[in-house]
Design a protein around this ligand. Structure first.
Ligand code: GAP
Length: 441
């Protein structure tokens, strides 16, 4: 079905999934806060990723590096020199924009003359009086310690990846895993985006889940294909995305990041159009060689049993949590009609839904029903953890609310429960109701 961004944004706000950051003070562009249901969904997405890539595999290990890193990290990685977007300013209204985002079919390396020749109207005032394009570095700068001078400059990390590369040697020295092996990390990344936009798609503060997969240089193509297939399997089987919205795109040389020899972007048809959901990049030995040069430490891997020595090459699957979160919501969002009444339903997979069950007494003012319902609630909470209680409004309203937040099953305790120990279990997607014995729940 066609899903509109405003419907998702409105649902997120209404039900407590996502709000603008610092909302009470009028917001702060490019930042978002996750409410109780949003944080539950986000956490389940992140946990499912961790379980799939780290806990269920023997070849990928986790790390959790500091966000603040020695600034030499960013000169070695090339971010200080090249992590920039083309910024252009309107000579009339002085609005500032990303040149490649306001002109159709233009790459990040567009020159001022090329851009001006396109006569793109300013999105704010409609004039075409453009200044020079300049490269705007997107790293957030700060000072570490009490002195604000050049010696105390540090950056908020723009990618989690470097915290992995800088620990590669620690992992080899302490664990000595066989090649190929991967290191995974989840955490915040910060980018001073020129124009944050499209709800949570382009943020100034986002969360990434990245794997650096270290391989023997001659094996990169074979491992690249394997990882690409596995990424698709994860998106389909674990995230349950609508795969008709998922598309792989080979990124052309001019559009690839400075470190990449091959990149396949996995794009998703979001409500506002197709956008990158994640990337799989072949980073060669670019990062480890740079660290070796900058630190003077040897980054070679010695194959066990006195075998070959070389600096491994790296494959990097990288995904943004907010983009995955929005892809999950877009895939799950639906509107249908039940007995002539319209409803909104989030068909979230059971393993991602904020709540797995909602437990209710049919009537709130009957103490014997409430007491029995509390018993069932305690039982299910003990068994599954993520169970909610709802005794507000009438039962129809409760179902509508639980449908909207994606709760797969509602369990209702009524007078028959007191007689025969069965409850009504109502299914979110089919709305079918069945009677089930409490001990069989
Ligand atoms: N370490 C590689 C790297 O950072 P990237 O393509 O710049 O590569 C990886 O980012 C992923 O992080 C993207 O595919 C996207 O999902 C997410 N991402 C990047 N910038 C983002 C932003 N400003 N807001 C939200 N997510 C972002």
């Amino acid at each position: 079905m066609t899903v509109k961004m405003e419907d998702i944004v409105s649902l997120c706000k209404r039900r407590g999934f996502v709000w603008p950051g610092s909302d009470v003070y009028g917001g702060m562009a490019g930042t978002w806060d996750f409410g109780p249901l949003g944080v539950a969904l986000k956490k389940r997405i992140m946990d499912a990723w961790w379980q799939y890539w780290v806990e269920e595999r023997d070849d990928i290990y986790g790390v959790d590096a500091a966000i603040l890193m020695n600034p030499r990290t960013w000169s070695a990685s090339g971010h200080t020199a090249t992590f920039a977007d083309p910024l252009v300013e309107c000579g009339n209204c002085h609005g500032r924009f990303r040149a490649d985002k306001i002109a159709e079919g233009v790459s990040e390396s567009v020159t001022t003359d090329e851009f001006r020749a396109l006569n793109v109207p300013c999105p704010t005032c409609g004039k075409t009086d453009w200044g020079e394009i300049r490269q705007f570095n997107m790293m957030f700068r700060t000072h570490v310690g009490p002195v604000d001078d050049d010696s105390s400059i540090a950056y908020l990390r723009p990618e989690t990846a470097q915290g992995i590369f800088t620990n590669y040697k620690n992992v080899v020295d302490s664990l000595y895993p066989d090649l190929p092996f991967g290191l995974a990390q989840q955490g915040k990344a910060f980018r001073n985006e020129i124009s944050p936009r499209d709800f949570i798609l382009r943020d100034r503060e986002c969360s990434q889940m990245e794997i650096e997969y270290f391989v023997a240089p001659e094996k990169w193509e074979e491992e690249f294909e394997k990882l690409l297939k596995e990424q698709h399997a994860f998106l389909k089987d674990v995230m349950c995305l609508d795969m008709e919205r998922v598309h792989g795109r080979e990124v052309e040389e001019g559009d690839r990041a400075h470190y990449s020899k091959r990149t396949v972007d996995i794009e998703f048809d979001y409500p506002n159009g197709r956008e990158e959901l994640m990337g799989l990049a072949y980073r060669t030995d670019f990062d480890l060689m740079n660290i070796q040069r900058e630190s003077g430490k040897n980054m070679e891997y010695i194959v066990k049993g006195g075998g070959a020595r070389f600096v491994p090459h790296v494959l990097e699957p990288s995904i943004g949590v907010e983009r995955l979160f929005l892809a999950v919501l877009t895939s799950a969002y639906a509107e249908d009609e039940i007995n002539g009444e319209k409803r909104t339903v989030l068909r979230l997979p059971e393993q991602l839904a904020p709540y797995r069950f909602c437990v209710s007494p049919l009537l709130k003012n009957k103490p014997e029903l409430v007491a029995k319902a509390q018993e069932v609630y305690a039982l299910l909470r003990q068994k599954y953890g993520n169970v909610t209680w709802d005794d507000s409004g009438n039962i129809g309203k409760r179902y509508r609310k639980q449908d909207e937040i994606g709760t797969p099953k509602c369990v209702v305790i009524d007078f028959d429960t007191l007689e025969d120990g069965t409850v009504t279990v109502r299914d979110r997607d089919t709305t079918e109701q069945v009677r089930v014995k409490i001990e069989e729940l």
